[in-house]
Design a protein around this ligand. Structure first.
Ligand SMILES: [Zn+2]
Length: 119
């Protein structure tokens, strides 16, 4: 992979990272001790019974959203680390190069397409 291509993937990943972090900060608080970790805020709508019930529903919904966003965020963080360590685009299973079209479609891919089919 050329340095230009690598730079391009890095840019795509960094953009997605900040987009996800923004979404996460809307529902939670960033954990300053752990990278890529957020804690969901408990929403405050009011003191009424209906409002409390709504808060719980919203909280559960946000927790599920947080879990999937965090998972994606951590994949991106790991992939960005690989770029720094020159290991980007290498299949974790067979150590061959991951196909460019596959990386374009899925920049966080850790396996080449034949390994992805096998595993
Ligand atoms: Zn492979």
């Amino acid at each position: 992979m050329t340095p230009e291509q690598l730079e391009q993937f890095k840019k795509i990943l960094a953009e997605e990272k900040s987009r996800i972090e923004k979404e996460l900060s809307e529902i939670g608080q960033k954990n300053p001790k752990i990278e890529g970790n957020f804690n969901v805020r408990f929403p405050q709508y009011g003191q009424g019974k209906d409002e409390n019930a709504q808060e719980v529903t919203e909280f559960e919904k946000n927790k599920a959203l947080e879990a999937s966003l965090e998972k994606r965020l951590n994949e991106i963080i790991e992939t960005l680390k690989k770029i720094e360590k020159d290991g980007y685009g290498i299949c974790q299973n067979c150590s061959s190069e991951i196909e460019k079209p596959r990386l374009k479609a899925m920049p966080t891919a850790a396996l080449c397409s034949s390994c992805a089919k096998k595993i």
